[in-house]
Design a protein. Structure first.
Length: 280
């Protein structure tokens, strides 16, 4: 069973140090998502439809809203992974153009060779999170240095203003914008995707094609991302029990909510909450 060793969160987004020995379902994030191996066995992620290695010298780089999954083979040893979920708005403090970090195409390729400098920064951040979980300011400073190094190495950051303009072209169909807004406001789990298609005045097949072409992910993945982000926010910031949070999000049974959360985050919502509070 996978374990969360440390979780930090703040204006930057989230950083999770995960000891992984279980797969994750196909999912996405609204963040700039970077995966770095800390120790253990080499492993791999599926980004889009291709498998990319995660090793001491190879990072996995996932654009915002890009579907991906984690593939763990039971016969392999565990892998400690430093997973960064970075808010594009936070990155604008370094360069305004880095708002494009939430857009498709920010990382030109899902895999990149890790420089010794990036490796050292990642290991320092992981070690500091383990030994000083309460040192939040120091962690954010280390994370800043790490993300600057990652972006400068793995992106064509000088051309980002063009990427920002391209962001405006996505999701331009008003029917899809309306459907996506309805999904974001949906607090329960019961709404079927067909209901969003009907609200948009589209057939199911046309809605699915147009949604993915406009947003970049299938509507089911988008809806699950919305649910998961609401779940993470509630687990981190609400005092309600995990069972109550699951009920708020429309899960019929606490076990269903726990399974959904674990399939997307690798650990249970209770473990996620308890580990994140070590840094509070």
């Amino acid at each position: 069973m996978s374990t969360a060793l440390r979780i930090a969160h703040g204006a930057f987004g989230r950083v999770a140090l995960l000891d992984m020995d279980g797969s994750l379902v196909r999912h996405a994030h609204p963040h700039c998502h970077v995966l770095l191996k800390v120790e253990g066995a080499d492993t791999q992620f599926v980004v889009g439809d291709k498998v990319y290695p995660l090793t001491d010298t190879a990072a996995v780089l996932v654009n915002g809203w890009q579907p991906h999954s984690y593939v763990h083979y039971p016969e392999r040893p565990r892998t400690v992974i430093l997973a960064l979920y970075i808010e594009p708005e936070w990155l604008t403090a370094f360069r305004p153009g880095w708002a494009a970090s939430g857009a498709p195409g920010f990382f030109g390729h899902p895999s990149g060779e890790v420089s010794p400098h990036i490796r050292d920064l990642a290991m320092n951040l992981a070690a500091d999170m383990m030994t000083r979980p309460e040192a939040r300011a120091e962690h954010e400073a280390l994370l800043s240095d790490l993300m600057i190094a990652v972006i400068e190495r793995f992106t064509a950051w000088r051309s980002f203003p063009a990427s920002i303009r391209e962001m405006g072209a996505r999701g331009s169909d008003w029917r899809i914008r309306k459907a996506a807004a309805s999904m974001r406001s949906e607090t329960g789990r019961g709404a079927a995707l067909e209901s969003f298609a009907r609200e948009a005045g589209l057939s199911r097949a046309h809605f699915f094609r147009l949604f993915e072409a406009s947003v970049g992910v299938p509507p089911k993945v988008y809806l699950n991302v919305v649910r998961m982000e609401k779940a993470v926010d509630a687990v981190l910031h609400q005092s309600s029990s995990v069972a109550e949070i699951g009920h708020q999000l429309g899960f019929a049974e606490p076990a269903h909510f726990t399974r959904f959360f674990r399939n997307h985050a690798g650990v249970s919502p209770r473990e996620f909450r308890n580990v994140s509070r070590l840094a509070s």
